[in-house]
Write a protein that binds this ligand. Structure first.
Ligand code: BTN
Length: 305
């Protein structure tokens, strides 16, 4: 059995759906070493050496596992995080076959994009998790600014936008036991050089890519390197409890504040409102038509104007 699994994992260097299903059916733990081993094998388009060369971080991205294809880097990260990985480990895949978006949606991840997850152990309580998502949005926006994109904006809670179109989504997942956060998985998807026409039609209109905005292809490795550096700076503020600065940087780049939105929350009636701002805990503060004020912690806000 073990040999079979090794074969599955190593086939074309992919961590395929079949491999994962099989791993799930057999008590996973002893196989984490194999997953780690595959994650150290050479990939085709994104090179770890290029990312780590002169990478100016203390702990983010010092350890990277990279794959040609996985179902979801968040799934691999979740699995590995239960099996002794260093704080700041990054999981990257050139392609994802079953990637996850927010609110149970799927996420298109063809070649040419940046699909990665960071594992951190921030030692904070559950209520601070939304702030990590905001901090990540800020670090993506700062990365885009460094690449020469003029006015990236963040649509609450975590879509990074260029000229009103989405270029990046963030999915944060906490691994908690009781009230303690064990690890946080921060999944980041950036549409770097993907072909927008390869996306389902309903997504094409609202999506943009770095290459479209800059007029030339970008090096995924270079973008990842800049992002990891920015993430460590902003994430470092988060770990040190410097939420005020994260909020300030977020508010400066907000796409949502001052707009009329439709707030959609699971299991409750949606309503329209005006976005007043973002609270200290990272929730969106919305004034409803009847003048009452709501704090939206999770859900979706569709911009109406
Ligand atoms: C969103 O819905 O906007 C969030 C999308 C998050 C996508 C990224 S890609 C890397 C990581 N792995 C996943 O399966 N999802 C996240």
């Amino acid at each position: 059995m073990e040999n079979e699994i090794i074969k599955l994992l190593k086939r074309e260097g992919k961590l395929s759906d079949e491999a994962f299903d099989e791993l799930k059916s057999v008590g996973l733990n002893s196989f984490s070493d194999i997953i780690k081993e595959v994650g150290k094998e050479p990939t085709e388009y994104i090179k770890v050496e290029d990312i780590q060369e002169d990478l100016n971080t203390d702990f983010i991205g010092k350890n990277i596992y990279i794959y040609k294809e996985v179902m979801s880097t968040n799934t691999v990260a979740k699995f590995l995080s239960a099996n002794n990985v260093e704080n700041g480990t990054v999981i990257i895949s050139e392609k994802q076959s079953d990637a996850k978006g927010r609110l149970g949606r799927s996420w298109q991840s063809p070649l040419g994009g940046i699909w990665l997850s960071i594992i951190i152990n921030p030692n904070v309580d559950h209520s601070k998790i939304p702030m990590i998502t905001l901090a990540t949005g800020v670090s993506v926006a700062k990365t885009l600014e460094k690449l020469g994109i003029e006015n990236p904006e963040i649509k609450w809670p975590n879509d990074v936008m260029i000229n009103g179109k989405k270029v990046c989504g963030i999915l944060t997942e906490a691994i908690a036991t009781f009230n303690t956060i064990e690890n946080v998985i921060i999944g980041v998807g950036i549409d770097a050089n993907i072909d927008i026409n390869s996306l389902p039609e309903e997504l094409q209109e609202g999506t943009t890519t770095l290459s479209r905005e800059l007029g030339n292809e970008v090096s995924e490795s270079e973008v990842i390197k800049i992002f990891l550096e920015e993430f460590e700076k902003v994430g470092g503020e988060f770990i040190a409890g410097g939420y005020e600065n994260i909020l300030k940087e977020w508010r400066k780049r907000s796409y949502s504040i001052g707009k009329i939105v439709e707030v959609k929350k699971p299991f409750s009636k949606s309503y329209d409102g005006y976005v007043l701002g973002i609270s200290r805990e990272g929730s969106l503060v919305v004034e409803k038509i009847d003048g009452t004020i709501e704090k939206v912690i999770s859900g979706e806000c569709i911009i109406k104007n």
